[in-house]
Structures are given as structure tokens and as C-alpha cells.
Design a protein around this ligand. Structure first.
Ligand code: GAR
Length: 194
């Protein structure tokens, strides 16, 4: 299978992005991270990506008159880097039709819950508040339903009585870092047989 190009969209810490870049640099996946784009200037992930030698861009939606123009610019960058697959990694904006139509079935996301449970923000807190005994994370295709696209991979963690939002988030995050690169490899293999 030939090497594919990934574009990663982030908004913050970038630990999933880092896991993907490191999996790529260790040849654990047949992919190179071509570009990282952040919608936040102060995203910690941008610094990490730069240190790992990745091309980065920051696009602030406030600098555009419409969301479509903002997403057009993202697509221009992704296409300019010949990106095959777009990976959302803690990207906290809803992806609009401009990106979804330009990269049909080629946008994936990681979410810190066992979807379809606990969509949206603060999924780990939602899980704790509900009192679930098992939580987890999901990698899924992105469509126009929030956190509602077809699932690619999931993993679980056990919730203990003394878990807080922070401890549960950390347990889930450790699993996220394992399954996101695996899910990318699965998607890339399906692209190469099409
Ligand atoms: C991760 O836990 C990710 O699953 C979550 O944000 C965190 C980003 O961390 N994403 C969502 O909640 C999307 N709905 P990271 O920046 O360190 O990868």
C-alpha cells in the first residue's frame, strides 16, 4: 500500500495529533502527516507539531466573513498538501458542508465516549453523571450529524467508584492514543482497495 497524506485539524492540546505523528514517523501506519491546521492561535499542539517537523497553519474564523470562506481556505491548504484523509483531533468546531463535500467519506474524528452514548461536549462528565460502569472512546466518520457518523473503532475503560472527570479523561485518553492510529490504518487500507 502506498503512503497516504494526512491532514490533522486541532484546537488545543494536540495529544492525539502527537500520537498520530509519532505512529507515522515510526512507520506504524502507511501515512505521513502532511499538515496540521489549528483554529486557535494559542493551541499547544501547534508548537508540538512544529517541533516534530510538521507544516502548520493557524486559521482564525474571525479573519473570514463567512464559515464557508474559512472552510474554503482550509480545503485549499489540504488540497495543496495533497491530503488523502482529514483527521479531526480535538478540533472543537462543527465541520461544515464545504469540507465534507471536498473530502467525501474522508473526514474522521475521535470522541471520548462509547458512541452513540454521550455525544457533544464534556462526554466524560456526561458518562460519570450517568453512572456508567464502562466508558471509552470512538473513532468515526464525520457526517452532518454531530458525533453521529459510522463507527470505525472503539475501546473501553472501566469506571471506578473514585474516578473524577480528570482521572476518567486520562484513562480514556490513553486508549484514544492507541486506537486513533489503528483506525487511520483501517481507513487507509479501505481507501487503497477502492
Ligand atoms: C480528546 O479527548 C478528544 O477525544 C476530544 O477532545 C480531546 C482532545 O485532546 N474530542 C472531543 O471531545 C470532540 N467532540 P487532544 O487535543 O489532546 O487530542
Amino acid at each position: 500500500m502506498s503512503n497516504k497524506a494526512l491532514g490533522i485539524l486541532i484546537s488545543g492540546r494536540g495529544s492525539n495529533m502527537e500520537a498520530i505523528i509519532k505512529a507515522s514517523q515510526a512507520n506504524q501506519i502507511n501515512a505521513t502527516v502532511a499538515v496540521v491546521i489549528s483554529d486557535k492561535r494559542d493551541a499547544k499542539g501547534i508548537k508540538i507539531a512544529k517541533e516534530l517537523g510538521i507544516t502548520t497553519f493557524v486559521l482564525d474564523i474571525k479573519d473570514f466573513s463567512t464559515k464557508q470562506e474559512y472552510e474554503d481556505d482550509i480545503c485549499r491548504i489540504l488540497k495543496g498538501c495533497s491530503v488523502d484523509l482529514v483527521c479531526l483531533a480535538g478540533y472543537m468546531k462543527i465541520v461544515g458542508q464545504t469540507i465534507l463535500e471536498s473530502f467525501k467519506n474522508r473526514v474522521i474524528n475521535i470522541h471520548p465516549s462509547l458512541l452513540p452514548a454521550f455525544r457533544g461536549l464534556n462526554a466524560q462528565k456526561q458518562a460519570l453523571d450517568y453512572g456508567v460502569k464502562f466508558a471509552g472512546c470512538s473513532v468515526h466518520y464525520v457526517n452532518d450529524v454531530l458525533d453521529g457518523g459510522p463507527l470505525i473503532l472503539q475501546d473501553i475503560v472501566e469506571v471506578s467508584g473514585d474516578d473524577t472527570e480528570e482521572t476518567l479523561s486520562q484513562k480514556i485518553l490513553a486508549k484514544e492514543h492507541l486506537i486513533y492510529p489503528q483506525a487511520i490504518q483501517i481507513v487507509l487500507e479501505s481507501l487503497s482497495v477502492k
